[in-house]
Design a binder for this molecule. Structure first.
Ligand code: F6R
Length: 613
């Protein structure tokens, strides 16, 4: 989705903005632009396509001089990707420049009003409406801050804005509502960004803007305002992400790097919460007293995080014996959920900013439910809005297709399940002890799955199967949930049509699609269901499918009798098996994508965090 960077200080702004925008490329975009304050002019350079086009156009920023500026990468919502629709947008007066993430829902009405006042529009964007609205009030009041306040008061929807005024040579105003925005502190210089990686090289000291907050700043003065317009002090926070965490560090792609970072990410998420044979959740109240009134748990999320929720249903129901339901966040609000204070709603999100997920959380709170969020990005909207938050410590996830965030979300689900089960007395002490032991070993087991020998096997199968047109992922129980994620990875990065079904469901329809050369990826890690899955493999083989099977080492020989290719993972507790079985599926999708010549880190049409509905 769109990205914002802004700078004011003593250095040349354009090269800094371009460098910042390059760190946001991963979020997905179709055009880029910058606006630099030069003399009393606002100089705009913008272009459709990759950031490199803009870099070439501006000689890497050298052609646009000035020490204050705003930059943007756009992911089209209002109007097609084009030079004209790219941000920044100027007001008709040329006095105001705006970059914007989000959607102005009443832009039609505002556009009509402004048109009647004689203002002209050149683009199809809602952002140009913002520029003209601020420009109009600036013309009326002659005061930049007042103009922004008056404009914001009339805007509905979501926005993170960076705004320049031609008459104030070193000043930026930034506003946040339902779209992330951070403020970065340097030495006599300041930054804004929609996402940490954009400014991580320049500063690790930031403040997160809250809903409705505004900041007006120049190198001499920074003023924060709350939603009522009252000045406020903001807490400075230190970002613990290491600088190189947002770099590729020798890997060909962020996706590959992040797949290999999973053992570390799992360790960072799990070990601080496993102490002396116990799961410890500091600052979280999930005591027996708290849980005794919880009638049902809902897990609400989008995409891969939703698939973690599907897995969590199996895991929590088995271990805690509380009815649990996984719901897609985009559907949650509109399904009239029967929810009240006797429900615990667990929200899962890497970015903590996904629009549908945030809206679902707000709806759950409105209905009186208790809420707990599993989030990766510290200080994000979901992390702040939930009653209780548990962070995954995955570090920055740059690749659009999630890998390590998925794994750490699942790890937190394991911690929660074991913890709640122990509180409720639904898990035998020896089983609980075994869970804790195995969770401690999980990072090491993940390392084993990533051995060179395994990776080479996966590369081989990817080169054998990448030309297939259709793939089906089948499995039973937790394997069926992991199939959803494996299949999504293949779709996202390799653009290969792929579906996931519980293996037992195949016969009820989809098997009619199996023919010579269909690829079936079968997961068979749940030992009690192994023979049933083998029977399903035989059914698809009899209809011409090529079958790649992921199973546990102990079952390798039996699986070999049925499948064409085998990938194995170490055996752990059945519920924990998905943490390992997802890894070969991620690698398989990655190598298939490479074989198909796909841009793995920037898959077409996708954005890293989906901040619009
Ligand atoms: C898939 C993927 C998406 C996200 C989804 C939710 O690889 O990354 O499906 O899982 O958009 O995003 P978050 O977790 O940021 O709410």
């Amino acid at each position: 989705m769109c990205g914002i960077v802004g700078y004011t200080g003593k250095r040349q702004a354009a090269p800094l903005l371009l460098a910042g925008l390059s760190k946001l490329e991963y979020r997905g975009y179709d055009s880029a632009g910058i606006c630099i304050h030069e003399g009393k002019q606002l100089q705009v350079a913008k272009a459709k396509g990759r950031l490199q086009v803009l870099c070439d156009q501006t000689n890497n920023g050298d052609a646009v001089k000035g020490t204050v500026g705003i930059g943007h990468t756009r992911w089209a919502t209002h109007g097609a990707p084009s030079d004209i629709n790219s941000h920044p947008h100027l007001s008709c007066s040329g006095k105001i420049a705006v970059v914007h993430n989000g959607i102005i829902e009443n832009e039609g009405k505002l556009r009509n009003k402004l048109t009647k006042l004689g203002l002209q529009f050149y683009s199809e964007t809602d952002t140009e409406v913002v520029a003209n609205l601020v420009g109009y009030y600036y013309g009326e009041t002659g005061d930049f801050l007042t103009a922004v306040r008056q404009a914001v008061a009339r805007m509905e929807g979501s926005y993170a804005l960076g705004i320049l005024c031609a008459d104030l040579p070193d000043t930026i105003i930034a506003v946040k509502k339902d779209s992330p925005l951070i403020f970065g502190y340097g030495e006599g210089e300041y930054f804004i960004a929609s996402d940490v990686p954009a400014i991580l090289k320049e500063t690790q000291t930031v403040s997160y803007l809250d809903e409705g907050e505004m900041v007006m700043f120049n190198p001499e003065r920074v003023q924060f305002f709350d939603a009522n317009g009252d000045e406020l002090e903001k807490k400075k926070e230190h970002i613990t992400w290491e600088l190189d965490a947002a770099e590729r560090g020798g890997y060909d792609h962020f996706m590959l790097k992040e797949i290999f970072e999973q053992p570390k990410a799992l360790r960072d998420t799990l070990s601080p919460r496993l102490k002396n044979g116990e799961v410890v959740l500091d600052g979280i109240d999930l005591s027996a007293e708290y849980l005794k009134d919880v009638r049902k748990i809902y897990l609400v999320a989008c995409g891969s995080a939703y698939y973690v929720s599907v897995l969590a249903k199996y895991i929590i129901e088995k271990t805690c014996r509380i009815p649990t339901e996984a719901v897609m966040a985009s559907e949650f609000r509109y399904a009239h959920p029967v929810i009240d204070e006797k429900n615990l709603v667990i929200i899962i999100s890497q970015s903590g900013e996904t629009a549908d997920t945030l809206a679902a959380l707000r709806e759950a709170k409105r209905l009186g439910a208790r809420t707990l969020a599993i989030v990766n990005v510290v200080g994000s909207a979901i992390a702040k809005a939930a009653d209780q938050t548990i962070y995954t410590w995955a570090g920055p996830e740059i690749a659009v297709a999630t890998t390590k965030a998925f794994s750490t979300q699942l790890a937190v689900v394991y911690l929660l399940a074991a913890y709640m089960a122990q509180q409720l007395g639904t898990m035998e002490p020896e089983i609980y002890a075994k869970w804790v032991q195995e969770l401690e070993k999980l990072p090491e087991m993940a390392e084993k799955v990533l051995s060179q020998e395994n990776v080479q096997k996966i590369q081989y199968y990817a080169s054998r199967y990448y030309g297939h047109h259709d793939a089906f992922y089948i499995g039973r129980n937790v394997d069926s949930a992991i199939c959803l994620e494996g299949s999504l990875k293949l779709k996202e990065v390799a653009y290969l049509h792929s579906e996931a079904y519980p293996a037992g469901e195949l016969k009820h329809g989809p098997i009619s699609l199996i023919e010579n050369g269909t690829l079936v990826v079968a997961l068979a890690t749940v030992q009690p269901l192994f023979d049933k899955t083998m029977a399903n493999i035989r059914e698809v083989k009899a209809r011409g499918a090529d079958v790649l099977c992921v199973t546990i080492e102990e079952m390798k020989e039996a699986a070999q009798e049925n499948a064409d290719g085998i990938l194995t993972i170490p055996q752990v507790l059945p519920e924990l098996q998905p943490s390992l079985s997802i890894i070969p599926l991620q690698l398989f999708a990655y190598y298939v994508a490479l074989n198909r010549g796909c841009d793995v880190d920037k898959p077409r049409n996708l954005a890293k965090s989906v901040t619009v509905e």
